[in-house]
Design a binder for this molecule. Sequence first.
Ligand SMILES: [Zn+2]
Length: 73
Amino acid sequence: MAASGATDAGSTASEPRPVCATCGTTPADDDAAALARITWARGVENGRDVWTCNTCSRTHLRSIEGKLDSAWW
Ligand SMILES: [Zn+2]
């Protein structure tokens, strides 16, 4: 019986961690990866997941909106 509170809740290590398509950053550990899946912006290009981290979402918000606009034409 381990008294420590560190419980391994059957982690799903097979899940790929998201990588920011803009700056290339990636979560350092599984906890950060789980958080990133919730907080990062996710899009799909050519059937692949495209992630944008919080920093880039803010920085490139204007250019992203510009891209969306041009995509309609
Ligand atoms: Zn980024």
